[in-house]
Design a binder for this molecule. Sequence first.
Ligand code: ADP
Length: 273
Amino acid sequence: MLRLSGLSKTYKTGDAALSAVSLDVPKGQILGLIGPSGAGKSTLIRCINRLVEPTAGEVRLGEIDLVTLGSADLRRQRRRIGMIFQEYALVERLTVMENVLSGRLGYVSFWRSWLRRYPGQDIRRAYELLDRVGLLEHADKRADALSGGQRQRVGIARALAQEPELLLVDEPTASLDPKTSRQIMRLLTEICAERGLPAIVNIHDVPLAQQFMQRIVGLRAGRVVFDGAPDQLTESALTEIYGAEDWNAMRKGDEEQAEAEADAARRLAQVSS
Ligand code: ADP
């Protein structure tokens, strides 16, 4: 269980990016974080593993408050938190397998990692994970030979190789087309459910969040302004999160994109008929 209490961050520039955010994320819950650009979503995710240092508040993962830890303890505790990134953050010239195994780096000795000699059980486990994300036959390919959706599957397998107790996921589908985005979200939510793994997903796509998240938290100007089930996310809640102007602009953008997709599909059907 993750418990955030009074989490705040003011950057040196004076920007109050987070103001006293308190949230409990129980085991197995997948929580979508939505809100306009600049609302503090990335800051929140980064404060949890202290890639950004919080100004005040607590981040409890189980019994341990991560905010108070010194650097050696923090390094050990960070193993408990898997991260999945928008741009995948793979090592392009390494193979899919090597990228997945790099999720074990926090566990193996310096020499083993330097020589890239991983224990047999790590390798067996990496094969199982590649099988789970549907990439077993691509294990020996270089990461740069994969499509965007396949790369994100490697990113998921690498995070799982860490055997995390919490997943932090930063805009996992921002670089993917709509169909691949849905496949990736489905895979992520299934895996979290199978393992009872809690996750916080920073997600800018509201319909995708509504379809896949169990709980949605809306941030605006560093504060939680919505916390509820996807079906409680009404027009008025969305207006509260995004402001009337931005919400209407976003909706219009979605409609235009849906029209463009329908148009492309029609043209494709004409060409192939
Ligand atoms: P979101 O992810 O919702 O777009 P961010 O967490 O990136 O929001 O940003 C929240 C606020 O903090 C914004 O006002 C942003 O300008 C500010 N901010 C983010 N990162 C930094 C930084 N490194 N230095 C100063 N201000 C920052």
